[in-house]
Design a binder for this molecule. Structure first.
Ligand code: HEM
Length: 462
């Protein structure tokens, strides 16, 4: 049996293409090798078989923990940010147990409790932007998603520590916001502290300040336990493993860093893309406002989150611009046949979310933003995979979707926004994710002191 095809481009060139122009790299390689190819070391310390055919994805993700494992060490890239005790770094049984501990915080009743918080934050952030003054939607959505994590996960609402953490996390995000600076994550050799002005030196100092604040918060909570708190940190602090042991301070710190970075950068980017498309295609905006209007004065957030067109807009946003390019890597634990190719034990394999979502055979007119496709057809979990799947499926999926829907609905029904820059936004690397290259420049046309009826906005558009 044959091995998957390998592009001839030298390893170093592939790596730099992958870091600086991931879309160009993927589209170019996909043209020659449509379903599967071997990428030279692009950041996992070894070659990786990249697959985007739903059949192959199904085989990998349904056999997680059987034919494939997902060793934490393949996520080493993120270790400087999130530490080595994070759920993302654990493997095997320890990984499974940690997931069981963290998952309940992101489901059911708990999710409902975060609804008002999300709507209030979205309203406040956009409300504070001066009318007529251009702003970047990516900055605004980041302000929303970061505060959602600080409040819902960390349980911090106001005060000095809250403000300091907000500023520090935002500075860390800024370091890796461009493709060039993202190089520091991918090339460990460059991770040297050459003083406070060097990018890595700056990062290390910011991380130290964040750690100091997090450890102080944890110590204070341990000293003054409060059973009435509903935040995720409190839940993690009271959780016990099978031997009755609580999570250590380091484990708690690493989990907080993980949830902050996995949770706020991703959701912020997804919401910025949604605002971009809604304001690029008048018909999408019109349909969305009409649907929001159909709810009348109902404040039931769960009904809002179930609205079909709003849901389809969020899904199509994540389809056309999946924030994560690849799933986490998996490693074959036995000889496997994948799409007719032989995969040897020890081979690293990753699902390419971007290329799967760009397959013309699944998504006709793939470059067009068409929420209707999600109303007309149900895509399988291996055709639409913005949150990955299997043993490492995104823990925050429910929160991310809920937040996207509620924040977009709040912004659309209360404010009239407009794109300032009509040139198309292109996806560009931002750390390990893809984000709009110019950040989606917008202005707010009116500042409403009361909730505006979407009907009145619909009337204004037409
Ligand atoms: C639009 C927003 C988001 C997107 C697109 C996204 C995407 C992903 C993807 C693709 C994975 C890897 C799955 C795999 O390899 O199969 C993942 C894992 C993960 N995500 Fe998300 N995510 C988002 C939001 C969030 C939020 C809000 C949180 C938590 C607050 C979160 C926490 C995590 C964690 C902890 C993992 C690692 C799971 C593990 O190692 O077992 N994510 N996410």
């Amino acid at each position: 049996m044959k091995f998957p095809p390998r592009p001839k481009t030298p390893a170093l060139i592939q790596k730099f293409q992958w870091i600086l122009d991931p879309i160009g790299y993927l589209e170019g390689t996909h043209e020659r090798y449509p379903d599967i190819f071997v990428a030279k070391d692009i950041g996992f310390g070894q070659n990786v078989v990249v697959v985007n055919h739903p059949q192959a994805l199904q085989q990998i993700l349904t056999n997680d923990r059987k034919q494939f494992s997902s060793p934490g060490k393949t996520n080493k890239l993120l270790e400087p940010l999130i530490g080595d005790y994070s759920v993302m770094m654990l493997e095997g049984d320890r990984h499974k147990k940690r997931r069981q501990l963290v998952m309940p915080s992101f489901h059911g009743e708990r999710m409902k409790a975060y609804g008002d918080l999300i709507c209030n934050l979205a309203d406040r952030v956009i409300g504070e932007i001066p009318t007529g003054q251009p702003f970047l939607a990516r900055d605004a959505t980041q302000a929303i998603s970061m505060q959602v994590i600080l409040q819902a996960v960390f349980g911090l609402y106001e005060g000095k520590r809250y403000q300091k953490l907000k500023a520090l996390f935002s500075s860390v995000g800024d370091i890796f916001h461009s493709p060039v600076n993202s190089i520091f994550l991918f090339i460990p050799f460059l991770q040297r502290d050459w003083g406070a002005w060097s990018p890595w030196g700056k990062f290390v100092r910011l991380r130290q300040q964040i750690d100091d604040l997090l450890y102080t918060e944890i110590a204070e909570r341990r000293a003054n336990p409060d059973r009435d708190r509903t935040d995720i940190l409190s839940m993690l602090m009271s959780a016990r493993d099978e031997e009755g042991r609580p999570l250590s301070d380091k484990e708690l710190r690493d989990e907080l860093m993980t949830l902050m970075f996995a949770g706020h950068e991703t959701t912020a980017t997804a919401m910025a893309w949604a605002l971009y498309w809604i304001h690029t295609i008048p018909e999408v905006r019109y349909k969305l406002l009409a649907e929001l209007d159909s709810l009348g004065d109902s404040k039931d957030l769960m009904s809002l989150a179930r609205l079909p067109y709003l849901t389809a807009v969020c899904q199509e946003t994540l389809r056309i611009h999946p924030v994560a390019i690849l799933t986490f890597p998996r490693v074959a634990t036995e000889p496997v046949e994948l799409m007719g190719y032989q995969i040897q034990p020890g081979t690293t394999v990753a699902g390419c979310i971007y290329l799967t979502h760009q397959r013309e055979d699944i998504y006709r007119d793939r470059h067009q933003f068409k929420p209707e496709r999600f109303l007309e057809k149900q895509f399988s979990p291996y055709e639409f995979i913005p949150f990955g799947g299997g043993a490492r499926r995104c823990i925050g999926e429910a929160l991310a979707m809920f937040e996207m829907k509620l924040a977009i609905a709040t912004i659309m029904s209360r404010y009239q926004l407009e794109l300032v820059d009509r040139r198309p936004e292109k996806p560009q690397r931002r750390g390990v994710t893809l984000a709009p290259d110019r950040g989606v420049r917008m202005t707010k046309l009116s500042r409403q002191s009361q909730v505006a009826s979407p009907q009145s906005q619909v009337a204004i558009i037409h």
